[in-house]
Design a protein around this ligand. Sequence first.
Ligand code: PEP
Ligand code: MN
Length: 347
Amino acid sequence: MILPKSNRLTSEQLNEVTAIVAEFGCKIQPIVGAVRTIYAIVGDERDELMINRLEGLDYVERIDRIQSPFKLMDKRSDLASHRITINGVTLGEELFVIAGNCTIDPKNPNYFYETAQAVKEAGATMIRGGVWKPRTNPYSFQGDVKSLDILLEGSRRTGLPVDTEVMEEAHIKLALDAGVTCLQIGARNALNYSLLRAIGRAVAEREVVVLLKRSIHMGPISEFISAGEYIAAFGNPNIILCPRGTSPTLDGYRNHPDESITPLLKEKTWAPVVVDPSHSVGKAVYVQAAALAAIAYGADGLCLEAHVSPSHGIGDDPKQALTPEVLAETIAQAKALWAIRRGVKVG
Ligand code: PEP
Ligand code: MN
């Protein structure tokens, strides 16, 4: 990581450092912050000669070398001061909540519009709605691109930004062109390194956020953070890590709840953690307790499935979605617990 003396390198300076690192098989990836741009050295940055030559340049303040498989996502990285702000909520400073339908029903868009309104009234920051769906059964409803218009109409009606899952490069382009604020990489694709690279490349120059779910099959904490590094390596550090339960399941729950990994993630990475208890426990009746447990464990936010009439929902909604009343109560309780966790007096 190259930290320049000024807020950013001039194009001549950038060309010079790019030429130096290229001799050692590395590339430069600028990471543009609000005030300052820092320059990641992508590749093996262990060569002393390369570092000495860079340190010798009079416009370079210092070179930070982090020996970590995820040097950008690492807590010791200069990106540690990076903050993600969505619709006025800065993650880490205020409870952040995404809520909405698992799957938008393109034949009955009013369920989504009414849910979006209820999500707003419940105090969430962003609305979720599945347009394209990864389904275990190939004959189940796979989503419909028409739902993208419904998603954005829900955003216009409420004034809230939206999140949706993308499963292939074509989805990434469609979602970005439509104005989706948060692209979700689902549990099934969190180990799809070519998709992670594609999304990193696509979001590099944009003010958008990636919500990266934890794969059902991920074990070590570093495996999850390294998946985020694939995206960050292209220059957009707006990455949120989302534990959502793993396999094998805990008998009775849909997955093995993993909200307890939040403190372990936070020891290693600066990235915010937004827990999804809906997919973790898989049944609406267990979601509230799991959501509060996630906040107690230090999560920065929650991703919750909700529906105005869960039994009329499609996808996971009939089983997992919270009603507007339970959603509002869950968010209120999570906010109270958040305040307790931060040592703020309540009541
Ligand atoms: C979802 O968010 O509806 C979803 C399919 O999630 P996951 O990838 O965590 O299974
Ligand atoms: Mn779902």
